[in-house]
Design a protein around this ligand. Structure first.
Ligand SMILES: [Zn+2]
Length: 322
């Protein structure tokens, strides 16, 4: 009998545990499983459920599985197999994720940060296929990223690399979710876009946004801003332009440091399309030190949608024994 070649990827989220099996040579998942995380029951119960999801995705044939890749939220050390913390899972601190799951499954386990793995997923299976120097950036409630350089996922000395959302774009800017000052996430993630719209509305500027939320301005989200902008609303368009400009400022540094051929943008804010992509391009063109950085360079939307975390975890598992 040959060496097992199927792999399983797990997306461990604050709400859901999802697992999928990819068989050798397949281009679609052979099985997929979802279960509630129920994080308030504590780490041991959640780890039991992860192991159960893996067994189900394997159709209870664990002998056929080469490795399991786990994408987890929050900072972690892939070498040590240690999850430092998980923002959406109460009580999760310094969990030896790899050892706990190896003990439950007796299979090789590899772990990665969910945003890093989303980048790996887009590289192997999505919009970045065949592109060895690419950066994936997801812009939703936060800004996360995965950096692929010369075909390898960048993890850094402690597995903490690629925190693109926490690049300083204005030392006098607002406080970020992380506590830092003037990070791009504090200017251009979904909550920042909603906040910028509310600030402009409070200055009595005209906008259809008020109607979209029946006058309850505090309920405005980035989705409303995007919708109003698509319908030609000047205030909403100005807010997206401003957010795009800050993302462009961060991208100037990314392009200078990594010289990527491609930046793939995912997350809800990417749905605004050219209304956010255009100011990003304009800011980049005006800011690069040499136009050669932008030769054959493209910015595109992500291709894998809500399954990007699963594809990333599967791609990580495939690196075992490669
Ligand atoms: Zn930050």
């Amino acid at each position: 009998m040959g060496r097992p070649n199927a792999v399983i990827g797990v997306d461990l989220g604050g709400t859901q545990i999802r697992a999928a099996r990819l068989d050798d040579g397949a281009t679609a998942f052979g099985a997929r499983v979802a279960a509630l995380t129920l994080g308030d029951e504590g780490p041991a119960a959640v780890l039991d459920r992860v192991a159960q999801a893996v067994r189900q995705a394997a159709n209870h044939n664990l002998w056929a599985i080469r490795a399991v890749g786990i994408g987890a939220p929050g900072p972690l050390d892939p070498q040590k197999g240690l999850l430092y913390e998980a923002p959406n899972l109460p009580g999760w601190e310094n969990i030896p994720l790899r050892a706990e799951l190896e003990a439950r499954l007796n299979l090789p386990i590899v772990i990665g940060n969910d945003a890093n793995l989303a980048g790996l997923g887009e590289h192997r299976f999505g919009a970045g296929q065949g592109v060895d120097d690419m950066i994936y950036v997801t812009i939703s409630t936060g800004i996360g990223s995965g950096i692929i350089t010369q075909g390898q996922m960048l993890v850094g000395a402690h597995g903490l690399a690629a925190e693109v959302g926490h690049m300083v774009v204005d030392p006098n800017g607002p406080i970020c979710n992380c506590g830092g000052v003037g990070h791009v996430e504090a200017f251009a993630a979904g909550p920042a876009i909603a906040r910028a719209a509310r600030v402009r509305l409070s200055a009595e500027q005209p906008s259809m946004l008020r109607q979209l939320v029946q006058g309850e301005v505090e309920k405005i989200t980035a989705v409303h801003v995007s919708e109003a902008a698509q319908r030609g609303d000047a205030l909403a368009r100005a807010v997206l332009r401003e957010a795009g400009r800050y993302i462009g400022l961060a991208f100037i540094s990314l392009v200078h440091i990594f010289n990527p051929r491609l930046i793939v943008i995912g997350g809800g804010v990417s749905q605004a399309g050219d209304l956010i992509f255009d100011p990003i391009h304009e800011t980049l063109r005006a800011g690069v030190m040499n136009p050669a950085f932008l030769d054959d360079f493209r910015i595109v939307k992500a291709a894998l949608g809500g399954d990007v975390g699963l594809w990333g975890a599967v791609a990580l598992a495939q690196t075992v024994g490669e």
